[in-house]
Design a protein around this ligand. Sequence first.
Ligand SMILES: *Cc1c(COP(=O)(O)O)cnc(C)c1O
Length: 368
Amino acid sequence: MTAVHNFSGGPGALPEVVIEEASQALRRAPGSELGLLGISHRSDWFREVLDEAERNTRRLLGLSADYAVLFLQGGGTLQFSMVPMLLLRGTTRTADYVHSGYWSAKSIPEARLEGRVRVVWSGADSGFARLPGDDELELSAEAAYFHYVSNETVEGLQFQRVLGREDVLRVCDMSSDIMSRPVAIERFAIVYAHAQKNLGPSGVTLVILKKALLEAEQSPLPSMLDYRQHFEHGSIFNTPPVFAIYVTMLVTRWLLEEIGDLARMDAINREKAAALYQLIDQSDGFYRAHAEAGSRSLMNVVFALKTPELERAFLAEALRAGLHGLPGHRSLGGARASLYNAVSLESVHRLCELMHDFHKRNARAFSP
Ligand SMILES: *Cc1c(COP(=O)(O)O)cnc(C)c1O
Protein backbone atom coordinates (compact mmCIF):
# COMPACT_ATOMS: atom_id res chain seq x y z
CA MET A 1 0.00 0.00 0.00
CA THR A 2 1.27 3.49 -0.89
CA ALA A 3 1.53 5.82 2.10
CA VAL A 4 -0.97 8.67 1.94
CA HIS A 5 0.22 12.26 2.20
CA ASN A 6 -2.48 14.87 2.75
CA PHE A 7 -1.95 18.38 1.33
CA SER A 8 -5.63 19.27 1.40
CA GLY A 9 -6.61 22.93 1.75
CA GLY A 10 -9.28 22.10 4.31
CA PRO A 11 -10.47 20.12 6.09
CA GLY A 12 -6.77 19.44 6.31
CA ALA A 13 -4.37 16.87 7.67
CA LEU A 14 -4.53 15.88 11.33
CA PRO A 15 -1.71 14.30 13.36
CA GLU A 16 -1.65 10.49 13.04
CA VAL A 17 -1.75 10.03 16.84
CA VAL A 18 -4.82 12.24 17.09
CA ILE A 19 -6.66 10.21 14.43
CA GLU A 20 -5.73 7.05 16.33
CA GLU A 21 -6.95 8.39 19.71
CA ALA A 22 -10.13 9.81 18.20
CA SER A 23 -10.90 6.47 16.53
CA GLN A 24 -10.57 4.63 19.82
CA ALA A 25 -12.65 7.24 21.63
CA LEU A 26 -15.52 6.67 19.21
CA ARG A 27 -15.91 3.19 20.76
CA ARG A 28 -15.04 4.20 24.28
CA ALA A 29 -13.95 7.64 25.42
CA PRO A 30 -11.01 7.60 27.88
CA GLY A 31 -12.33 7.82 31.44
CA SER A 32 -15.88 6.98 30.39
CA GLU A 33 -17.97 3.89 29.74
CA LEU A 34 -19.46 5.50 26.67
CA GLY A 35 -18.40 6.16 23.11
CA LEU A 36 -17.59 9.74 22.20
CA LEU A 37 -20.64 10.23 19.98
CA GLY A 38 -23.11 9.34 22.73
CA ILE A 39 -21.78 11.36 25.66
CA SER A 40 -23.86 14.21 27.05
CA HIS A 41 -22.49 17.69 26.53
CA ARG A 42 -23.63 18.38 30.12
CA SER A 43 -21.48 15.59 31.57
CA ASP A 44 -18.46 16.23 33.78
CA TRP A 45 -16.48 14.30 31.19
CA PHE A 46 -17.21 16.82 28.45
CA ARG A 47 -16.76 19.80 30.78
CA GLU A 48 -13.24 18.55 31.43
CA VAL A 49 -12.62 18.24 27.67
CA LEU A 50 -13.73 21.84 27.12
CA ASP A 51 -11.66 23.02 30.08
CA GLU A 52 -8.56 21.30 28.76
CA ALA A 53 -9.12 22.67 25.25
CA GLU A 54 -9.32 26.17 26.75
CA ARG A 55 -6.37 25.64 29.10
CA ASN A 56 -4.15 24.34 26.28
CA THR A 57 -5.22 27.18 23.98
CA ARG A 58 -4.40 29.75 26.68
CA ARG A 59 -1.02 28.18 27.27
CA LEU A 60 -0.06 27.86 23.61
CA LEU A 61 -1.08 31.42 22.78
CA GLY A 62 -0.07 32.97 26.11
CA LEU A 63 -3.52 34.45 26.73
CA SER A 64 -4.16 36.67 29.73
CA ALA A 65 -7.32 36.59 31.84
CA ASP A 66 -8.54 39.63 29.85
CA TYR A 67 -9.52 37.28 27.03
CA ALA A 68 -12.46 34.92 26.69
CA VAL A 69 -12.00 31.67 24.77
CA LEU A 70 -15.12 30.40 23.01
CA PHE A 71 -15.85 27.31 20.95
CA LEU A 72 -18.66 28.16 18.53
CA GLN A 73 -20.37 26.79 15.43
CA GLY A 74 -21.03 28.29 12.02
CA GLY A 75 -17.45 28.19 10.76
CA GLY A 76 -15.24 31.10 9.82
CA THR A 77 -18.10 32.38 7.70
CA LEU A 78 -20.44 33.09 10.61
CA GLN A 79 -17.71 35.18 12.22
CA PHE A 80 -17.84 37.44 9.15
CA SER A 81 -21.30 38.38 10.51
CA MET A 82 -20.91 38.02 14.30
CA VAL A 83 -18.00 40.46 14.43
CA PRO A 84 -19.88 43.37 12.78
CA MET A 85 -23.05 42.48 14.71
CA LEU A 86 -21.11 43.15 17.90
CA LEU A 87 -18.95 46.07 16.82
CA LEU A 88 -20.75 47.83 13.95
CA ARG A 89 -24.51 47.33 14.24
CA GLY A 90 -26.27 50.47 15.45
CA THR A 91 -23.21 52.75 15.21
CA THR A 92 -22.57 55.49 12.66
CA ARG A 93 -18.90 54.62 12.56
CA THR A 94 -17.07 52.86 9.76
CA ALA A 95 -15.16 49.59 9.87
CA ASP A 96 -11.87 49.34 7.95
CA TYR A 97 -11.27 46.14 5.95
CA VAL A 98 -8.30 44.88 3.96
CA HIS A 99 -9.33 43.13 0.74
CA SER A 100 -6.39 40.81 0.21
CA GLY A 101 -7.97 37.74 -1.38
CA TYR A 102 -10.80 35.25 -1.60
CA TRP A 103 -11.65 35.03 2.10
CA SER A 104 -11.40 38.70 2.97
CA ALA A 105 -13.64 39.34 -0.06
CA LYS A 106 -16.26 37.12 1.57
CA SER A 107 -16.07 39.00 4.85
CA ILE A 108 -16.75 42.47 3.44
CA PRO A 109 -20.35 42.13 2.14
CA GLU A 110 -21.36 40.50 5.42
CA ALA A 111 -20.05 43.50 7.34
CA ARG A 112 -21.86 45.86 4.96
CA LEU A 113 -25.15 44.32 6.08
CA GLU A 114 -24.40 45.69 9.55
CA GLY A 115 -23.02 49.14 8.83
CA ARG A 116 -20.52 51.25 6.97
CA VAL A 117 -17.39 49.59 5.64
CA ARG A 118 -14.34 51.11 4.03
CA VAL A 119 -11.90 48.99 2.05
CA VAL A 120 -8.49 50.37 3.01
CA TRP A 121 -6.57 48.40 0.41
CA SER A 122 -7.42 45.92 -2.33
CA GLY A 123 -5.16 43.41 -4.02
CA ALA A 124 -7.50 43.15 -7.03
CA ASP A 125 -5.14 45.18 -9.27
CA SER A 126 -2.31 42.74 -8.64
CA GLY A 127 -4.52 39.68 -9.15
CA PHE A 128 -4.14 39.01 -5.41
CA ALA A 129 -0.51 38.06 -5.86
CA ARG A 130 0.82 40.35 -3.12
CA LEU A 131 -0.01 41.95 0.22
CA PRO A 132 0.23 45.67 1.06
CA GLY A 133 3.06 47.43 2.85
CA ASP A 134 2.14 49.61 5.84
CA ASP A 135 2.53 52.77 3.73
CA GLU A 136 -0.22 51.57 1.37
CA LEU A 137 -2.85 51.20 4.07
CA GLU A 138 -5.05 54.24 4.72
CA LEU A 139 -6.09 53.50 8.25
CA SER A 140 -8.57 55.71 10.06
CA ALA A 141 -8.21 56.51 13.75
CA GLU A 142 -12.01 56.80 13.87
CA ALA A 143 -12.75 53.26 12.68
CA ALA A 144 -15.09 51.10 14.77
CA TYR A 145 -12.56 48.36 14.17
CA PHE A 146 -10.00 47.13 11.64
CA HIS A 147 -10.33 43.68 10.04
CA TYR A 148 -7.91 41.56 8.07
CA VAL A 149 -7.18 37.94 7.19
CA SER A 150 -3.72 36.84 8.36
CA ASN A 151 -3.40 34.07 5.78
CA GLU A 152 -5.28 34.08 2.48
CA THR A 153 -5.74 30.35 2.06
CA VAL A 154 -6.76 30.35 -1.61
CA GLU A 155 -4.05 32.61 -3.05
CA GLY A 156 -1.33 31.57 -0.59
CA LEU A 157 -0.59 35.02 0.88
CA GLN A 158 0.39 35.51 4.51
CA PHE A 159 1.19 38.59 6.56
CA GLN A 160 4.44 38.25 8.47
CA ARG A 161 3.56 41.13 10.80
CA VAL A 162 0.61 42.42 12.80
CA LEU A 163 -1.39 44.95 10.80
CA GLY A 164 -3.32 48.02 11.91
CA ARG A 165 -3.17 50.87 14.41
CA GLU A 166 -2.71 50.39 18.13
CA ASP A 167 -5.58 52.83 18.88
CA VAL A 168 -8.23 50.93 16.85
CA LEU A 169 -9.76 47.57 17.75
CA ARG A 170 -8.00 44.95 15.69
CA VAL A 171 -9.90 41.89 14.43
CA CYS A 172 -8.29 39.03 12.55
CA ASP A 173 -9.43 35.90 10.75
CA MET A 174 -6.66 33.38 11.48
CA SER A 175 -8.59 30.38 10.19
CA SER A 176 -5.74 28.97 8.16
CA ASP A 177 -2.72 29.84 10.28
CA ILE A 178 -3.85 29.78 13.90
CA MET A 179 -1.23 28.15 16.14
CA SER A 180 1.16 27.71 13.24
CA ARG A 181 3.45 30.34 14.78
CA PRO A 182 3.61 32.58 17.87
CA VAL A 183 1.35 35.61 17.70
CA ALA A 184 0.93 38.61 20.02
CA ILE A 185 -2.77 38.10 20.75
CA GLU A 186 -2.71 40.95 23.27
CA ARG A 187 -2.62 43.32 20.29
CA PHE A 188 -5.98 42.00 19.03
CA ALA A 189 -9.55 42.65 20.15
CA ILE A 190 -10.95 39.54 18.43
CA VAL A 191 -9.21 36.62 16.77
CA TYR A 192 -11.22 33.83 15.20
CA ALA A 193 -10.35 30.60 13.45
CA HIS A 194 -12.40 27.62 12.50
CA ALA A 195 -10.68 24.36 13.38
CA GLN A 196 -10.59 22.48 10.11
CA LYS A 197 -7.40 23.85 8.63
CA ASN A 198 -4.84 23.86 11.38
CA LEU A 199 -6.57 22.87 14.56
CA GLY A 200 -8.99 19.97 14.21
CA PRO A 201 -12.01 18.79 12.25
CA SER A 202 -14.75 20.98 10.81
CA GLY A 203 -17.67 21.94 13.05
CA VAL A 204 -16.04 24.16 15.64
CA THR A 205 -14.66 27.69 15.52
CA LEU A 206 -12.30 29.12 18.09
CA VAL A 207 -13.03 32.72 19.06
CA ILE A 208 -10.69 34.67 21.32
CA LEU A 209 -11.99 38.05 22.37
CA LYS A 210 -11.36 40.77 24.90
CA LYS A 211 -13.87 40.34 27.70
CA ALA A 212 -14.29 44.11 27.92
CA LEU A 213 -16.05 44.05 24.52
CA LEU A 214 -18.83 41.97 26.04
CA GLU A 215 -19.56 44.56 28.71
CA ALA A 216 -20.45 47.44 26.37
CA GLU A 217 -24.10 48.49 26.09
CA GLN A 218 -25.61 46.86 23.01
CA SER A 219 -28.87 46.15 21.26
CA PRO A 220 -30.15 42.58 21.64
CA LEU A 221 -29.11 39.91 19.14
CA PRO A 222 -30.44 36.42 18.49
CA SER A 223 -28.84 34.33 21.23
CA MET A 224 -26.83 32.09 18.93
CA LEU A 225 -25.28 35.14 17.27
CA ASP A 226 -24.42 36.84 20.55
CA TYR A 227 -20.96 36.23 21.99
CA ARG A 228 -22.26 37.22 25.44
CA GLN A 229 -24.64 34.24 25.54
CA HIS A 230 -21.87 31.83 24.61
CA PHE A 231 -19.52 33.39 27.13
CA GLU A 232 -22.05 33.27 29.98
CA HIS A 233 -22.75 29.60 29.24
CA GLY A 234 -19.11 28.58 28.91
CA SER A 235 -19.52 27.59 25.22
CA ILE A 236 -22.46 25.31 26.13
CA PHE A 237 -25.36 27.62 25.30
CA ASN A 238 -26.88 24.82 23.23
CA THR A 239 -25.50 21.43 22.20
CA PRO A 240 -21.94 22.07 21.09
CA PRO A 241 -20.07 19.93 18.52
CA VAL A 242 -18.73 17.42 21.05
CA PHE A 243 -16.72 15.40 18.56
CA ALA A 244 -15.06 18.42 16.93
CA ILE A 245 -14.17 19.97 20.29
CA TYR A 246 -12.73 16.69 21.58
CA VAL A 247 -10.49 16.27 18.53
CA THR A 248 -9.45 19.93 18.68
CA MET A 249 -8.50 19.40 22.33
CA LEU A 250 -6.36 16.40 21.27
CA VAL A 251 -4.60 18.58 18.68
CA THR A 252 -3.77 21.24 21.29
CA ARG A 253 -2.46 18.47 23.53
CA TRP A 254 -0.35 17.16 20.62
CA LEU A 255 1.06 20.66 20.09
CA LEU A 256 2.08 20.91 23.75
CA GLU A 257 3.33 17.35 24.23
CA GLU A 258 4.79 16.41 20.85
CA ILE A 259 5.86 19.77 19.44
CA GLY A 260 6.41 21.82 22.63
CA ASP A 261 5.37 25.34 21.76
CA LEU A 262 4.45 27.57 18.83
CA ALA A 263 8.02 28.79 18.29
CA ARG A 264 9.03 25.19 17.60
CA MET A 265 5.97 24.68 15.39
CA ASP A 266 6.93 27.81 13.47
CA ALA A 267 10.48 26.53 12.92
CA ILE A 268 9.15 23.25 11.51
CA ASN A 269 6.63 25.07 9.29
CA ARG A 270 9.36 27.36 7.97
CA GLU A 271 11.53 24.41 7.06
CA LYS A 272 8.66 22.76 5.18
CA ALA A 273 7.71 25.87 3.20
CA ALA A 274 11.34 26.77 2.44
CA ALA A 275 11.97 23.35 0.90
CA LEU A 276 9.01 23.69 -1.44
CA TYR A 277 9.49 27.33 -2.44
CA GLN A 278 13.15 26.66 -3.10
CA LEU A 279 12.30 23.83 -5.47
CA ILE A 280 9.77 26.06 -7.26
CA ASP A 281 12.21 28.98 -7.54
CA GLN A 282 14.96 26.77 -8.89
CA SER A 283 12.79 25.14 -11.56
CA ASP A 284 13.58 27.74 -14.27
CA GLY A 285 9.92 28.65 -14.55
CA PHE A 286 8.64 25.09 -14.90
CA TYR A 287 6.73 25.73 -11.66
CA ARG A 288 5.62 29.28 -10.84
CA ALA A 289 4.53 30.48 -7.41
CA HIS A 290 1.37 32.62 -7.46
CA ALA A 291 2.47 34.92 -4.64
CA GLU A 292 5.24 37.51 -4.85
CA ALA A 293 8.25 36.68 -2.71
CA GLY A 294 7.51 39.00 0.25
CA SER A 295 3.88 37.89 0.55
CA ARG A 296 4.19 34.12 0.43
CA SER A 297 2.31 31.91 2.81
CA LEU A 298 4.04 29.25 4.87
CA MET A 299 0.74 27.40 5.07
CA ASN A 300 -0.53 27.31 1.48
CA VAL A 301 1.97 27.10 -1.35
CA VAL A 302 0.04 28.03 -4.50
CA PHE A 303 1.71 27.40 -7.83
CA ALA A 304 1.03 26.79 -11.50
CA LEU A 305 2.64 24.76 -14.26
CA LYS A 306 3.11 26.10 -17.74
CA THR A 307 0.13 24.49 -19.47
CA PRO A 308 -3.18 22.96 -18.39
CA GLU A 309 -1.97 19.65 -19.85
CA LEU A 310 1.12 19.62 -17.65
CA GLU A 311 -1.00 20.56 -14.64
CA ARG A 312 -3.41 17.71 -15.25
CA ALA A 313 -0.58 15.23 -15.78
CA PHE A 314 1.19 16.42 -12.63
CA LEU A 315 -1.90 16.23 -10.43
CA ALA A 316 -2.80 12.77 -11.74
CA GLU A 317 0.71 11.50 -11.12
CA ALA A 318 0.76 12.98 -7.62
CA LEU A 319 -2.46 11.17 -6.80
CA ARG A 320 -1.05 7.87 -8.03
CA ALA A 321 1.96 8.45 -5.76
CA GLY A 322 -0.31 8.93 -2.73
CA LEU A 323 -0.06 12.75 -2.64
CA HIS A 324 -3.60 14.02 -2.10
CA GLY A 325 -5.32 17.39 -1.99
CA LEU A 326 -3.01 19.19 -4.45
CA PRO A 327 -5.48 20.67 -6.98
CA GLY A 328 -5.74 24.45 -6.53
CA HIS A 329 -8.90 26.12 -5.25
CA ARG A 330 -11.73 26.04 -7.80
CA SER A 331 -11.53 29.84 -8.15
CA LEU A 332 -7.84 29.85 -9.15
CA GLY A 333 -6.91 26.46 -10.64
CA GLY A 334 -3.28 25.32 -10.71
CA ALA A 335 -1.92 23.54 -7.68
CA ARG A 336 -1.86 24.24 -3.96
CA ALA A 337 0.11 22.38 -1.34
CA SER A 338 -1.27 23.13 2.10
CA LEU A 339 1.43 22.61 4.71
CA TYR A 340 -0.62 22.85 7.89
CA ASN A 341 0.87 21.90 11.26
CA ALA A 342 0.09 18.20 10.91
CA VAL A 343 1.76 17.85 7.50
CA SER A 344 5.14 16.25 8.19
CA LEU A 345 8.49 17.29 6.79
CA GLU A 346 8.64 13.81 5.32
CA SER A 347 5.44 14.43 3.33
CA VAL A 348 6.92 17.67 1.99
CA HIS A 349 10.09 15.87 0.96
CA ARG A 350 8.00 13.28 -0.90
CA LEU A 351 6.24 16.09 -2.75
CA CYS A 352 9.54 17.79 -3.59
CA GLU A 353 10.94 14.52 -4.93
CA LEU A 354 7.94 14.01 -7.16
CA MET A 355 8.05 17.61 -8.42
CA HIS A 356 11.76 17.35 -9.14
CA ASP A 357 11.30 14.09 -10.97
CA PHE A 358 8.26 15.29 -12.92
CA HIS A 359 10.18 18.36 -14.01
CA LYS A 360 13.13 16.30 -15.25
CA ARG A 361 10.91 14.01 -17.25
CA ASN A 362 8.82 16.81 -18.73
CA ALA A 363 11.34 19.61 -19.10
CA ARG A 364 11.39 19.18 -22.86
CA ALA A 365 7.62 19.57 -23.15
CA PHE A 366 8.24 23.09 -21.95
CA SER A 367 11.05 25.28 -23.25
CA PRO A 368 11.06 28.71 -21.54
C1 LIG B 1 -11.68 28.34 4.85
C2 LIG B 1 -11.69 29.73 5.37
C3 LIG B 1 -12.88 30.37 5.80
C4 LIG B 1 -14.24 29.71 5.69
O1 LIG B 1 -14.53 28.95 6.78
P1 LIG B 1 -15.83 28.05 6.93
O2 LIG B 1 -15.55 27.32 8.21
O3 LIG B 1 -15.94 27.17 5.75
O4 LIG B 1 -16.97 28.98 7.08
C5 LIG B 1 -12.78 31.64 6.33
N1 LIG B 1 -11.59 32.27 6.42
C6 LIG B 1 -10.45 31.70 5.99
C7 LIG B 1 -9.16 32.46 6.12
C8 LIG B 1 -10.45 30.43 5.46
O5 LIG B 1 -9.32 29.86 5.04
